[in-house]
Design a protein around this ligand. Structure first.
Ligand SMILES: Cc1cc2nc3c(=O)[nH]c(=O)nc-3n(C[C@H](O)[C@H](O)[C@H](O)COP(=O)(O)O)c2cc1C
Length: 256
């Protein structure tokens, strides 16, 4: 298990080999075993295999090519709809149609997604998460016909790897782990502990020729500039997506 976790790489290129149904079922069944809040399992997953629907997902996820290559796309959702329906038919007192219901479901969904991803990697499959799920939440709700109470949280492409990428760099443990209480770092510590990331990430981004040119044209000279630029996670994009998310959470009955 430690070896498996320590050898994870996201896979963005896939062979045409399908994942058979019984294997996929085994992986999803392993996901079912995940911890969940109150054992309510307030999550669900939509499995997409149909090429036409995959193409629609590809458009919604800002044209990430791996969607067209991978045989399976999994959209993990926070799901309080199912729980609420069960409560309704038993004529019990209703709950969960609020932000806490959504967050409970979102955490359950991500815990299950990661169980399934590790199980997939353990049998030689590759996976890659897609953060564009948030950006396209309103479109995915329509496309996947998600009822009120269901909200897409993260998506994963899965298939047999057609690439063997090296391990990506990671921040040092001491940046992420705090012993007993949170320790705020000095500027000097922040600089020192990010030095390797700055160097490796910058070298990696510049190794893609077209990106290197776009970075140079935009006057971007370091990795933190890149992260908050129009090419990645700008303030404007964050504001726009955040507003859409609040509106969509309201429409799905998951805000207050
Ligand atoms: C929530 C989440 C969203 C992600 N979104 C994307 C994505 O939209 N496209 C993509 O190519 N990779 C995506 N990734 C993969 C990350 O880029 C990747 O995990 C990170 O760069 C580290 O690389 P590694 O997984 O190969 O170690 C995502 C990962 C996570 C956990």
């Amino acid at each position: 298990m430690l070896d498996l976790a320590n050898s994870h790489r996201s896979i963005r290129s896939y062979t045409s080999q399908n994942i058979d149904d019984s294997l996929l079922n085994d992986l999803l069944t392993a996901g079912l075993r995940s911890s969940s809040s109150g054992n309510m399992q307030t999550w669900s997953v939509v499995v997409t295999r149909d090429p036409d629907r995959k193409r629609q997902l590809y458009e919604a996820h800002r044209k990430q090519g791996m969607i067209l290559e991978a045989p399976v796309v999994l959209t993990f959702c926070a799901d309080v709809f199912r729980m609420r329906e069960w409560i309704r038919i038993n004529e019990s007192k209703q709950s969960f149609d609020d932000l806490l219901g959504f967050l409970t479901g979102a955490v359950d969904a991500v815990v299950a997604a990661q169980t399934i991803c590790l199980a997939a990697e353990s049998v030689g499959l590759g996976i890659c998460y897609m953060g564009t799920t948030w950006w396209a939440a309103d479109q995915l709700i329509e496309l996947l016909e998600l009822p009120k109470g269901v909200f897409p949280v993260t998506s994963v492409v899965m298939g047999y790897p057609a690439e063997d990428p090296p391990l990506r760099d990671r921040l040092p443990l001491e940046l992420l782990v705090h012993r007993e209480t949170y320790k705020q770092l000095t500027d000097e510590e922040i600089r020192r502990l990010h030095a390797e990331r700055e160097e490796k990430a910058w070298a990696r981004y510049n190794s893609f020729e077209s990106l290197r040119q776009r970075l140079a044209e935009a006057g971007i000279i370091r990795v933190t500039d890149f992260y908050t630029s129009k090419f990645k996670y700008s303030k404007e994009l964050h504001r726009e997506v955040s507003e859409m998310l609040i509106k969509t959470l309201r429409a799905q009955g998951l805000w207050l």
